[in-house]
Design a protein around this ligand. Structure first.
Ligand code: MRU
Length: 346
């Protein structure tokens, strides 16, 4: 049995959100806490808390914390300030739809409350439900996806779609964990994931901790090892799935194109809260991150002064390149008909 990693949770005694500070891994395992919305927003912006499902849980807890800290006594003022806070929190990372999904879910619950006192209690209980459900959903994704993986084989993944990106277990890594628990012999190739190295720092950390065979490669090695016939399938998570594309960490599209060329299945594992089938690729804002993430590496300057960079956090992979999407309700296959998805989602 694999002992779950808990990534973020609510602590009653301190009325705070407690989380693994992912900026510190793998050098040190540090637990941090947020007691205010501003602290939570900063933890999200710096990627101390990150990964789509974890952002959904954080968004839910954020609205609960904002509600509980509110000094407003009149319901209208309370709700209007909470809505502003919620919108601000959603804007801290715009691409992963789960953040605004978690925020909106708690806000809708607050809206159904008759008083400020009731709203404060309801907000926390809804956020706790979001966190609990996330853990259950990841297990289900794992069970549905495990059958797609070979009994003995090598799986390539990008970024971190593991326990550290959820409240526990993970989506893409959840599928790998469930397959390993079911007795499959899976070897994982984790792409390092420039520029913030979520693959090297986080995926390798959590798989090594669980004694799952993992090897880290540079992102630019992926095509060549696919060509050598060493990859059985690719599995990644998602930040948003529109009608036509999967948004995930920059570099995902490159792996999907290479997988297609080499006839390797390309799977996406994601909860239905990641679906945004009312939108298409062109509607989505891709977060552009700072120059400093590319202009230095481990304290050394890597770019001449004044040279600009491009640093989008995510890219879009057309659904035509995706062999199957693994959700908590089961597997979806091309052509990802809206009715097939809606039947599972709504
Ligand atoms: O910038 P990050 O680290 O938040 O990006 C995370 C990813 O792209 C993950 O692959 C995605 O959120 C899926 S997590 C289950």
């Amino acid at each position: 049995m694999i002992e779950p990693i808990r990534t973020l949770w609510y602590e009653e005694e301190t009325d705070s959100i407690v989380f693994i500070d992912e900026t510190r891994l793998p050098e040190s395992y540090e637990i941090a806490r947020c007691t205010s919305l501003a602290e939570l927003g900063s933890a999200i912006k710096t990627l101390a808390i990150r990964g789509a499902p974890a952002l959904g849980v954080a968004g839910a807890f954020g609205v609960a914390i904002a509600a509980r800290r509110s000094g407003e006594t009149g319901y209208d003022q309370f709700f209007s300030q909470l809505t502003k806070d919620a919108n601000w929190l959603s804007s801290t990372r715009p691409t992963a739809v789960n953040l605004s999904w978690g925020v909106q879910r708690v806000l809708s619950r607050v809206k159904r409350s008759g008083s400020v006192g009731e709203a404060k209690i309801a907000a926390l209980s809804e956020a706790l439900a979001v966190a609990r459900e996330d853990a259950v959903i990841c297990r289900k994704i794992g069970q549905h996806g495990a059958g797609l993986l070979p009994d003995h084989g090598t799986v390539l993944t990008h970024c971190n779609a593991g326990a550290l990106a959820c409240s526990e277990w993970g989506t893409a890594l959840g599928v790998i964990r469930s397959a390993v628990e079911a007795g499959k012999e899976i070897r994982v190739i984790a792409c390092e994931t420039r520029p913030l190295l979520q693959g090297a720092r986080l995926t390798a950390w959590e798989l090594a901790r669980d004694r799952i065979d993992v090897t880290v490669i540079t992102d630019s090695m992926a095509a060549s090892i696919m060509r050598q016939g060493k990859i059985g399938c690719v599995i990644v998570g998602a930040d948003r799935i529109t009608r036509d594309a999967v948004f995930n960490k920059i570099g995902t599209y490159m792996h999907a194109v290479c997988a297609k060329y080499h006839g390797i299945p390309f799977y996406v594992a994601a909860p239905v809260s990641t679906f945004d089938f009312d939108r298409t690729e062109e509607d989505i804002i891709v977060e552009e991150r700072g120059r400093e993430e590319i202009a230095s590496f481990f304290g050394r300057t890597t770019l001449p002064d004044g040279v600009p960079v491009k640093n989008p956090g995510f890219d879009a992979t057309p659904l035509t390149l995706v062999s199957a999407i693994i959700t908590e309700h089961g597997l979806l296959y091309p052509p990802y008909d809206i009715r097939q998805v809606n039947g599972n989602i709504r």
